[in-house]
Design a binder for this molecule. Structure first.
Ligand code: GLN
Length: 204
């Protein structure tokens, strides 16, 4: 029952992996609300933008009149977490994006879509994340973006350790905004969602 009494967190449910995020957030004590139109944003303490296809999420968000209201929610300091396509949606600049598919923005970073290359559709690697207790995090990447530039206010939380993408930034935080290139909702490890819930509650 803990999931029914915790802070209310919205999960943008236009397209992509929102169900897995709901499950992970509820495991961490959130009360989840599916966000499909702007009125669903009222009273949220946090919002998750899931993975999927950023161009489709952008199109559907703009059709349902949510780009402005979500930008406003970000400006008002509500905690927001974006994974994969969600990371792209939180980037102030999208490389290899589509000019007619705007992001929400909020994090002063440049993110490249599908950056790991077509031959590396998906892969898993262990990441050192300084903000998480308990050692490396098993990170699943699916046609993932990486971060090519961060502004001074952005904290880098994780970089790829080895291989052709060694050193690439794959997790960041700016204030109450969190973004990962990878999909923690697809693993039973809840530490990234727990960390986000600490941001929601003002404890991290
Ligand atoms: N390649 C997708 C995009 O550009 C992101 C993939 C994902 O979210 N798994 O939006």
């Amino acid at each position: 029952m803990v999931g029914k009494t915790g802070p209310t967190v919205g999960v943008l449910a236009l397209q992509g992996g929102f169900r897995e995020h709901e499950e992970a957030l509820e495991d961490c004590g959130a009360r989840c609300v599916r966000v499909r139109e702007a009125t669903d944003l009222a009273g949220l303490k946090g919002l998750v933008v899931p993975g999927g296809e950023s161009t489709t999420i952008s199109l559907l968000a703009s059709r349902s009149g949510m780009i402005g209201p979500i930008q406003e929610l970000i400006a008002n300091g509500v905690a927001v977490y974006g994974s994969c396509a969600g990371m792209i949606m939180l980037a102030d600049e999208v490389l290899d994006g589509r000019a007619d598919r705007p992001s929400f923005g909020g994090i002063d970073m440049s993110v490249r879509r599908n950056a790991f290359g077509r031959q590396v559709d998906s892969f898993e690697t262990d990441l050192e994340m300084s903000v998480l207790p308990g050692g490396e995090f098993p990170a699943i990447f699916i046609r993932a973006p990486w971060v090519e530039r961060v502004g001074a206010r952005v904290d880098v939380l994780a970089q790829v350790a080895d291989g052709h993408a060694a050193g690439r930034i794959v997790a960041v935080r700016q204030g109450r905004l969190l973004a990962t290139s990878f999909h923690p909702e697809l693993t039973p490890d809840r530490r990234v969602h727990q960390y986000f819930m600490e941001i929601v509650k003002g404890d991290a």
